[in-house]
Design a protein around this ligand. Structure first.
Ligand SMILES: Nc1ncnc2c1ncn2[C@@H]1O[C@H](COP(=O)(O)OP(=O)(O)O)[C@@H](O)[C@H]1O
Ligand SMILES: [Mg+2]
Length: 353
C-alpha cells in the first residue's frame, strides 16, 4: 500500500497549548507507522510554525521547540506549491502532504482559522470545516442555532466588550442565580466561573472579558453532564454515552486533567431509552452545526428527563485517557483504528465535497 504523509499540527497560540501537546503526542504514538509517514509541525505559543523531528516525549514535556533540528515550516495556501514549505536558510523545499491532522484546541486552531488555511491549501484535513469549527467555538452562536433546531439550551444573556457594566449586570441578574459566566470562545474551562450573587457575577464578567470580547452569562442547569463521541460525515457513528460525576461545583481545568474528585462513568448511569435519546439529540446537534469528521457533543441531563445542550468540541482531548477515544474504545474502535477512520473520513470529504 502506498504510504501516506500525515502532517500532525500541535501546540498553537491558545490557552490550550499545553493540552494540545498531550493530545498530539498520543495521536502521534497511535498512528500506524507501517502506513503513515508523520510530519510533525509544532506551533509555539508565539505562533511560530516549526518542523520538529524528535520523539513524542519532548512534545509532552514541551521541550520540542528547543531541538536544534527544528526548522521553520508552514502550510502553503497556494495550490501551485501544495504541501508544507520548509525553510533552510535561504533555501526551501516542499514536503508533500496527503492529510493534515490539526490536533489543536481552542483559539487559532479549533476555531476555523487553521481550517480556512487548510481549505485554501487544498490538502484534506481531519475534523470539522471552517464554518462548523467557527460556529462551535462560539458558545453563544452554537446555542442559538441548536435552540432554533428545537433542542433546549440554558437561558442566557450575551455581553460584548464596551457594554455598560451596570446595564449588563442588571440584564444578567434577571436570570436566577447561580449563574455560569463564560468567555464565548473558551475551552478547558479557562475563564469560566460560577456566580452565586451580584458581586461574584461582576468579578466573573471581568475575568471572562480578560479571555474574550464576548461573554455568555448562563443559568445553572441542575443535573449532570453527559457526552457523545460522534464520528463521521453524513451518516455519523455515535459511541456509548459517558457521564461526568462531579463532587465540586463544576468541571474546571484541574478536575478535567486530574479527575481528583470528579469521575467519568462509561457508560453513563442512564437507562437504554435515555441513552438512545441522548444519542439522537447529539446527532441532531452535530448535523445542525455542520460537523464532519468528529466532534464531542456535551449535554446536561436535567430533571424530568430533559436534555439541555452545553457545547460541542470539534477537536476534543485526545490523550489516551481522554473521553473521546475512550468512548470510541468502549464501542470497539481502538485508538489506532480511530486514527485510520479519521484519515479516511478526511479523504472522503475531499472527494464528496
Ligand atoms: N449552564 C451550566 N450549568 C451547569 N454547569 C455548567 C453550565 N455551564 C458550564 N457548566 C460547567 O462548567 C464546565 C465548563 O463549561 P463548558 O461550557 O463546557 O466550557 P469548556 O469549553 O471550557 O469546557 C462544564 O463542564 C460544567 O461542569
Ligand atoms: Mg466543556
Amino acid at each position: 500500500m502506498h504510504m501516506k504523509n500525515i502532517a500532525v499540527l500541535f501546540g498553537g497560540c491558545s490557552t490550550e497549548y499545553g493540552v494540545s501537546l498531550q493530545s498530539a503526542a498520543s495521536v502521534i504514538d497511535h498512528l500506524d507507522r507501517s502506513v503513515y509517514r508523520i510530519i510533525q509541525i509544532g506551533i509555539t505559543r508565539e505562533g511560530e510554525w516549526l518542523h520538529y523531528q524528535g520523539g513524542s516525549a519532548d512534545i509532552r514535556n514541551d521541550n520540542w521547540h528547543t531541538h536544534s533540528s527544528c526548522t521553520p515550516a508552514f502550510i502553503s495556501p497556494s495550490q501551485g506549491s501544495k504541501g508544507i514549505i520548509e525553510l533552510r536558510g535561504t533555501e526551501f523545499r516542499i514536503l508533500p502532504v496527503d492529510v493534515v491532522f490539526p490536533v489543536l484546541h481552542g483559539k487559532n486552531g479549533e476555531d476555523g482559522t487553521v481550517q480556512g488555511l487548510l481549505e485554501l491549501s487544498g490538502i484534506p484535513y481531519v475534523g470539522c470545516d471552517t464554518l462548523s469549527s467557527a460556529i462551535c467555538m462560539d458558545k453563544g452562536i452554537a446555542s442559538q442555532l441548536v435552540r432554533a433546531a428545537g433542542v433546549e439550551t440554558a437561558p442566557s444573556v450575551t455581553l460584548y466588550a464596551g457594554d455598560d457594566l451596570e446595564t449588563a449586570v442588571n440584564a444578567a441578574e434577571k436570570l436566577s442565580f447561580p449563574l455560569f459566566v463564560k468567555p464565548a470562545k473558551s475551552g478547558s474551562s479557562f475563564g469560566i466561573t460560577k456566580a452565586r450573587d451580584r458581586t461574584e457575577l461582576i468579578e466573573g464578567i471581568q475575568i471572562a472579558f480578560s479571555y474574550d470580547d464576548k461573554v455568555i452569562v448562563e443559568q445553572n442547569v441542575a443535573g449532570f453532564e453527559v457526552g457523545c463521541a460522534v464520528l463521521g460525515n453524513s451518516q455519523p457513528f455515535i459511541a456509548e454515552v459517558d457521564e461526568i460525576e462531579l463532587s465540586g461545583e463544576f468541571f474546571d481545568y484541574g478536575e478535567k486533567y486530574s479527575l481528583q474528585s470528579a469521575k467519568i462513568h462509561l457508560p453513563a448511569r442512564i437507562d437504554a431509552d435515555m441513552a438512545a435519546k441522548v444519542k439522537e439529540t447529539a446527532r441532531l446537534i452535530y448535523r445542525t452545526l455542520g460537523c464532519t469528521g468528529l466532534a464531542r457533543v456535551d449535554m446536561f441531563l436535567a430533571d424530568h428527563g430533559r436534555i439541555v445542550f452545553n457545547e460541542v468540541n470539534t477537536m476534543p482531548g485526545f490523550t489516551a485517557a481522554s473521553r473521546y477515544p475512550n468512548m470510541m474504545g468502549y464501542s470497539d474502535l481502538s485508538y489506532s483504528k480511530l486514527m485510520h477512520r479519521l484519515i479516511q473520513l478526511a479523504m472522503a470529504r475531499e472527494i464528496n465535497g
